[in-house]
Design a protein around this ligand. Structure first.
Ligand SMILES: CC(C)(COP(=O)(O)OP(=O)(O)OC[C@H]1O[C@@H](n2cnc3c(N)ncnc32)[C@H](O)[C@@H]1OP(=O)(O)O)[C@@H](O)C(=O)NCCC(=O)NCCS
Length: 291
């Protein structure tokens, strides 16, 4: 087997290898869609030029691939894959991960991969590769494009610069410590397809929602938070209505999100608006935990 770096010209062929695997729950890797063109769109946004390899066999046929999505500032990599074309998965997956790890930029010492809970053979392998396999899982919920969630009555505004929205920075970091986005990054990453809506009461921050229109054209609810004193008064549900309306205005129809296995309340909230549980995902991490 030979290994070579991934180039942008490889992406359509890599997506064709991944597509049938993504449709199998026992092979499904989280973070990527299950249609080739959507996979290409997501890979184009990843750092596929860093620590990412294609494995080939005689004649250049693709045997597997692994792409690293690296955030050097955070020192963290999200592994997109490994995808292995052959039924015997483990030897190629192991070789890809070992070699890609060796190519990570200095200082990147946190790793995450995540798979469908039904990809049962991945757990023992991840354990052997040094991952912590005991983390809490998350449900992927989706809202079909034709399901209406109703209009929101809530007054919302867009997030401002981090320094003038410090309460938002603090609330985000208190509710979601150590996730992929700090409070500052959350605000600084807002643009025409990444919307952050805030609601206030008497000048105090009460809650926020972060939504985006993804490269695939789908909507995604990235974060939803209501400050403790304002909970159980319907603000969370209203924020979801406002967020769904905002991404649908950007042309997204289907909307999805993830919710932790132990956040029963949030799951009930989303299901009450028509979201449906699709799959349970199992994260494997090294070097950090999400409490
Ligand atoms: C989840 C969260 C956003 C809910 O906000 P909220 O404003 O309290 O939610 P709402 O008042 O709109 O709740 C709507 C419904 O959801 C359900 N629900 C919400 N929180 C619940 C809880 N803690 N336990 C059980 N059910 C709950 C209830 O059915 C509730 O209706 P009810 O109050 O009439 O029984 C808030 O608890 C929070 O910020 N939690 C921490 C961060 C988090 O988990 N975010 C979601 C993950 S993306």
């Amino acid at each position: 087997m030979q290994f070579r770096p991934v180039t942008v010209a490889d992406l359509p062929a890599l997506a064709r290898v991944a597509e049938p695997l993504q449709r199998r729950p026992d092979r499904h890797v989280v973070y990527l869609a299950d249609q080739a063109d959507a996979i290409v769109a997501e890979l184009e946004e990843s750092t596929h030029h860093v620590a990412s390899l294609v494995a080939t066999i005689d004649g250049g046929q693709i045997a597997g691939w692994l792409i690293a999505d690296v955030d050097e500032e955070m020192g963290r990599v999200w592994w997109l894959g490994p995808f292995v074309a052959a039924e015997e998965w483990e030897p190629t997956a192991t070789e890809l991960l070992r070699r890609c790890r060796d190519l990570l930029p200095p200082g990147v010492d946190q790793e995450e991969m995540a798979v469908d809970d039904r990809f049962v053979s991945c757990g023992p392998w991840a354990d052997r590769m040094g991952f912590d396999t005991g983390a809490i899982g998350s449900w992927v919920l989706s809202l079909a494009g034709d399901v209406e969630v109703g209009a929101s009555e809530l007054q919302v505004r867009a997030a401002r610069a981090p320094d003038s929205d410090s309460a938002l920075v603090e609330l985000h970091e208190r509710l979601f410590p150590n996730t992929h986005t700090t409070g500052r990054q959350l605000i600084e990453s807002s643009d025409e397809s990444h919307i952050r809506l805030v609601t206030e009461e008497d000048g105090r921050l009460a809650g926020y929602i972060a939504v985006e229109r993804q490269a695939t054209g789908e909507g995604y609810v990235d974060y939803l938070g209501v400050a403790e004193p304002f909970r159980r008064r319907g603000l969370g549900r209203e924020l979801v209505r406002a967020g769904v309306a905002a991404v649908r205005e950007l042309g997204a129809a289907d909307v999805h999100l993830t919710v932790r296995e132990d956040s029963e309340g949030a799951r009930v909230l989303y299901e009450s608006l028509g979201f449906v549980a699709e799959r349970l995902i199992r994260p494997y991490r090294i070097g950090f935990e999400i409490a």
